[in-house]
Design a protein around this ligand. Structure first.
Ligand code: PAF
Length: 280
């Protein structure tokens, strides 16, 4: 695996593969990799001739009160994991490389970013879409892979790619879970032993939602209130939001719409904010 730090060098490598008519699969990450990320790399390996992964903890998507400074990092471990997956290139830029002094251009997707995560974290998606756009311009991929755990991120990036006519296929991959159902996330590292046990409440509440939908209940208020009861049966977790929205417009739904429903929640487990979701 070759590690590339420089934008121009990464672009030249991408140009070469394109000239050779090779397909490029790209997995953008913020590092501290887990099985969820590795499942994206494996799919990218299957679908493409060459795989680029990026590791960049993007300051633009963290608000000043968020966890940018303590976001977990372990580049040596990440390099090993990526080598084991036969990753071809790792793009690992510095903050100054990505955001030089006079940087002043941002990409923002409008309506889709005002709800859910965007309502709780108003500046987050502008940072995500800006950096993902830059990374697409640097790695020039044919396909890019994102986890469904960040459901809104995936939906927003698909919208951006379509709206800006970016010639790329955006691929959403299933959520990868721990044995007890907790969705894998780099932020799970923040949980202490007791919090880790209680963090399973997100998955349990989504299971309850699935059970209700399967039994024919479609009233979203009923489903949300039963999900809330599940979370409240635990002692530490505090709900940030539980929402049921259209997968296409992200507008709130009164009733479940088959194949167009996203049930999502954000919960504080101690100081750690976790998200999870279910696609109906
Ligand atoms: O999902 C992430 O890890 C990040 O939001 C991404 C897509 C790498 C952009 O910084």
């Amino acid at each position: 695996m070759r590690i590339v730090y420089d934008v121009k060098e990464m672009q030249e490598i991408a140009d070469k593969y394109r000239q050779w008519e090779k397909t490029i699969g790209f997995v953008p990450t913020m590092g501290y990799l887990h099985e969820g990320h590795l499942s994206l790399v494996r799919q990218a390996k299957k679908d493409n001739d060459v795989v680029f992964v990026s590791i960049f903890v993007n300051p633009a998507q963290f608000a000043p009160n968020e966890d940018l400074d303590k976001y977990p990092r372990d580049i040596k471990r990440d390099e090993e994991l990526l080598k084991n997956e036969n990753t071809d290139f790792l793009f690992y830029p510095t903050v100054d490389t990505m955001y030089p002094n006079n940087f002043q251009t941002y990409v923002s997707v409008e309506n889709l970013t005002k709800v859910l995560e965007g309502a709780s974290r108003p500046t987050h998606f502008r940072g995500v879409t800006t950096v993902v756009n830059k990374l697409f311009n640097i790695t020039k991929p044919h396909r890019a892979y994102f986890g469904k755990k960040d459901a809104q991120q995936l939906i927003v990036i698909k919208r951006m790619a379509e709206d800006l006519n970016i010639d790329i296929e955006i691929i959403g991959m299933p959520i990868v879970r721990e044995k007890d159902g907790l969705a894998m996330s780099s932020r799970n590292k923040y949980l202490n032993e007791k919090e880790r046990k209680e963090a399973v409440c997100l998955y349990q509440s989504l299971n309850k939602a699935q059970e209700l939908v399967d039994s024919g209940i479609s009233d979203t208020n009923e489903i949300k209130s039963q999900m809330e009861n599940v979370i409240k049966s635990y002692s530490i977790p505090k709900i940030d939001y539980i929402n049921i929205n259209s997968l296409t417009t992200l507008k709130p739904l009164d009733r479940i719409k088959r194949k167009d429903t996203l049930i999502s929640l954000a919960v504080f487990v101690g100081k750690t904010r976790l998200i999870d979701n279910l696609w109906i």
